[in-house]
Design a binder for this molecule. Structure first.
Ligand code: SF4
Length: 216
């Protein structure tokens, strides 16, 4: 089930969700390094499990969910709240491989804003304030996600990726933040991105600033 951030859950005691377990690779308080909320302090929850398998993925350890502990939602949500973070970023792996309603509702019940970063390749679920869609060619997004996208972030390696980015932008709501991001290891695409953004100012550039600054 998907709910936007301000919708209330009815008929379910959110407390019941606190004992639901998810495979979680890591969770930590840090600075959001990329995208529209770059530079803001955020609590990151990285779920384990990914069936997209991009060859250039920098979190391949997240792919096999069985290698990671299953943690109770309530415990993780309490730590997120205690951190003082203004918002939580649920990422992966591919977080939408899991039904995110229990985890995200527990976070919302503690007054936390909940963001997700996803390839959109599995059904949309959860109670979410901000959806960052980062589509991947290896497993395309499901159509149902597009009307809810707040931020579209496309990794660009070659010119073909710019066409790919526009195809996704055409499906997102008016006002979606449109961002192009160079690949971290081979930022050869940067001149391509700069020229494109100058010619198409509805797009912006997202950089992985946490990697420049060595913020974990
Ligand atoms: S979707 Fe994300 S976690 Fe999964 S392989 Fe691609 S980059 Fe890695």
């Amino acid at each position: 089930m998907f709910l936007s951030g301000e919708q209330m859950i009815s008929g379910t005691d959110v407390k019941d969700f606190d004992s639901v377990e998810y495979p979680i690779m890591e969770h930590f308080y840090t600075i959001q390094g990329e995208g529209a909320h770059s530079g803001r302090a955020a609590y990151f929850i990285r779920t384990a499990g990914c069936d997209v398998k991009c060859w250039w993925c920098d979190v391949k350890d997240s792919w096999d969910a069985s290698k990671h502990p299953r943690l109770k939602t309530g415990m993780v949500a309490d730590l997120a709240k205690a951190s003082g973070a203004a918002f939580v970023v649920v990422t992966g792996g591919e977080p939408l491989l899991h039904d995110l309603l229990p985890l995200t509702s527990s976070l919302k019940a503690r007054g936390l804003e909940v963001h997700i970063e996803t390839s959109g390749s599995s059904p949309l679920s959860g109670q979410l304030d901000w959806i960052t869609l980062s589509p991947k060619r290896f497993k395309k997004p499901v159509d149902e996600i597009y009307p809810y996208v707040d931020e579209l972030k496309v990794v660009v390696l070659t010119k073909k990726d710019l066409t790919w980015a526009e195809e996704h932008a055409a499906k997102c709501p008016v006002g979606t933040r449109l961002l192009l991001q160079p690949e971290w290891d081979t930022p050869k695409s940067m001149p391509l991105i700069v020229d494109y953004v100058k010619a198409n100012p509805q797009w912006g550039i997202s950089l992985q600033t946490h990697k420049f600054l060595n913020v974990p």
